[in-house]
Design a protein. Structure first.
Length: 167
C-alpha cells in the first residue's frame, strides 16, 4: 500500500484537486489506519467538487467513517447531504435508513429503506434492515417477506433470522 500512496501523492502534487486520486488516496489511507488523513482528503474533494459522482462517493465514505465512530448525527448529516445532491443514490437512502433505524426513528427508517429498494430492488442490505425495523414494529409477515427477499438476493446472514422469525 505504501507504493500506491506514494504514486497517489505524486499525482496529487501535479493535480491537487484530482477527484479520482483524492478518493483513491483516502481509501488507501483508511486501509492503513490513517482515518483522519483520509477524512481530510474527502473534505478537500468536497470543497473542490461539491456535487457529482465523486462528491457522492466522498459523502458515502464520510458517512461510513462517522458510523464507525458511532457518530450517528454526523453520519446522518453526510447521508442527508448525499441525498440532497443525488436523490437517485440508493446507497445514500439505505445508509440513512440504517441510521434512522439505530436512532429508533422507525417510520423515517422505513421510508428511506423503501426508497432505496425502489431505486435498487437488488440492494439486499436495504431488505435486511427493513425486516429488522418491521420486526421491531411487530409486523412479522412483512418482515419475513423482506428477509426472504434478502436471502433470495444472496444474503446468507439472514438464515438464522428466517429460522427464528419465519419458520
Amino acid at each position: 500500500m505504501g507504493g500506491a500512496l506514494k504514486d497517489l501523492d505524486r499525482a496529487l502534487a501535479l493535480e491537487p484537486n484530482d477527484a479520482h486520486s483524492l478518493l483513491r488516496r483516502a481509501e488507501v489511507k483508511a486501509r492503513m489506519g490513517a482515518e483522519h488523513s483520509a477524512i481530510a482528503d474527502l473534505h478537500h474533494l468536497l470543497a473542490s467538487r461539491p456535487t457529482g459522482p465523486a462528491a457522492e462517493h466522498a459523502l458515502l465514505h464520510l458517512g461510513h467513517f462517522a458510523m464507525g465512530r458511532k457518530d450517528l448525527m454526523a453520519a446522518k448529516a453526510h447521508y442527508d447531504k448525499l441525498i440532497s445532491i443525488a436523490p437517485y443514490n440508493a446507497f445514500g437512502w439505505c445508509d440513512r435508513g440504517i441510521v434512522n433505524a439505530i436512532l429508533l426513528q422507525d417510520d423515517d427508517a422505513l421510508a428511506d429503506l423503501d426508497r432505496a429498494i425502489e431505486l435498487d430492488p437488488t440492494l439486499d442490505q436495504a431488505h435486511l434492515q427493513r425486516a429488522t425495523v418491521l420486526l421491531r414494529m411487530d409486523r412479522k409477515q412483512d418482515a419475513c417477506e423482506a428477509l426472504h427477499t434478502a436471502h433470495q438476493l444472496g444474503n446468507q446472514s439472514v438464515e438464522e433470522m428466517l429460522l427464528i422469525y419465519c419458520e
